[in-house]
Design a protein around this ligand. Structure first.
Ligand SMILES: Cc1ncc(COP(=O)(O)O)c(C=O)c1O
Length: 398
């Protein structure tokens, strides 16, 4: 290849990075990538100021549980920091298998596989099973990792309206396709806080022979008996083929899981590139998740507190006339409808010491620009009083 051509290509990519509008705006308004200097529970320190964390996904508040911390430390002392290898080759350890067995048992499944990120688990829950020529029916509001899985699978995709069994039925009927089919949905939608209409959706999926993939990153730990998730909440475990999720939320670790029948998990281990070629999760990651799982079953008070906090918080937002998009869960959006209003509201909350996250179109549907908040079992009465004051102040700033 002539050198001049090589140089021209390289510069085109460099200038793409240098001129990028989204990056320039992000750096100008600095809403993301805030590095906190310290954290204890839901208290964080940012730029020397103490703030309340109101947007983490530590739903059960286990990230500072003494037993969880101790388990993470002990695992590192015993096993070192990392296996530095993929499960397929040199990276499998007894503690991986143990965690998979415990997760599978908890979720009422035969088998489970864990990955270094929920993103990888959920992506491969789609990409490993669907292929070119198949038809995927996807709720139009699913998470980016599922869209990536869909793209990688090379299957044809049809979107249906968010959480709408009626539209799912229409799409399936109008297509009348003979292809192998998959339905991809979330249990609890992370931006909206909506619970999937699983009974109706799975009934239609069954009628049309759809393999059902449920991303329960935000339902796990939050819904169902002792936090068994959305399928358990509806008592519909047998209608869902694959449940995937994240260990970075209720399990207070990092990583992800896929739970299903043994034959599905063994197929995944043969065919999923993300499973075969990515390193195993670290000893402390696994021990933290396993201990959190045990605590979820032994200490129901965290789940009870989470829901008590959620009800209290939602009532407070309602009294201020804020639109929470009919959220039914601890993931509570405050819909403000435009990026300008979101920015004003978010900045006012920051000023008052409450940390939240802005989410604007295209990350959310146009007109649904929002400030994402999420409740933890760790939020205290005193923090709720400060949050209420900050919310009232932010409303006045609009
Ligand atoms: C619905 C959903 N699926 C998957 C993921 C990815 O999980 P992780 O952050 O553990 O990679 C997330 C995280 O934001 C999520 O919200």
């Amino acid at each position: 290849m002539p050198l001049s051509l090589f140089t021209r290509n390289r510069k085109a990519l460099l200038s793409r990075c240098q001129d990028d509008y989204a990056t320039k705006m992000r750096l100008k308004y600095a809403p993301y990538y805030h590095a906190m200097e310290a954290q204890t529970g839901t208290n964080v320190r940012l730029n020397g100021r103490d703030m309340i964390m109101l947007s983490s996904n530590d739903y059960l508040g286990l990230s500072f549980h003494p037993k969880v911390i101790e388990a993470g430390q002990a695992a590192m002392s015993k096993w070192g920091t990392s296996t530095t290898g993929a499960r397929t080759s040199n990276g499998s350890r007894f503690y991986h298998v143990e965690l998979e067995e415990k997760l599978a048992e908890f979720l009422g499944r035969e088998a489970c596989h864990i990955h270094v990120a929920g993103y990888l688990s959920c992506l491969s829950s789609v990409a490993a099973f669907a292929q070119k020529g198949d038809l995927i029916l996807a709720d139009k509001n699913i998470h980016s990792c599922l869209w990536d899985g869909i793209r990688l699978s090379m299957a044809t995709v049809e979107r249906f309206s968010h959480n709408s069994p009626e539209d799912l039925r229409n799409v399936l009927t109008s297509l009348g396709s003979e292809a192998a089919k998959m339905m991809v949905i979330e249990g609890v939608y992370s931006m909206e806080g909506h619970i999937a209409r699983l009974p109706e959706l799975t009934e239609i999926a069954e009628e049309h022979g759809c393999f059902t993939v449920l991303d329960d990153a935000h339902g796990f730990g939050v819904l169902g008996r002792r936090g068994r998730g959305t399928a358990d909440h509806f008592n519909l475990n047998d209608k869902v083929d694959v449940v995937c999720g994240s260990m970075s939320k209720s399990l207070a670790s990092t990583g992800g899981f896929i739970a299903a029948s043994r034959e599905i998990i063994e197929y995944l281990r043969s065919h999923s590139k993300q499973t075969i070629f990515s390193a195993a999760i670290s000893p402390s990651q696994a021990a933290i998740a396993q201990t959190s799982l045990q605590i979820m079953q032994q200490e129901p008070q965290h789940l009870e507190k989470l829901w008590a906090n959620t009800r209290r918080y939602r009532a407070m937002l309602k009294s201020l006339g804020l639109d929470t998009w009919e959220s039914e869960t601890p993931a509570v959006p405050i819909v403000l409808g435009s990026k300008e209003r979101v920015y004003l509201f978010w900045r006012a909350l920051m000023e008052k010491g409450v940390f939240t996250v802005m989410s604007i179109a295209p990350a959310v549907p146009a007109g649904k620009d929002l400030v994402r908040t999420a409740i933890s079992a760790m939020h205290t009465e005193e923090q709720f009083e400060r949050i209420a004051e900050a919310m009232a102040y932010a409303v006045r700033k609009l």
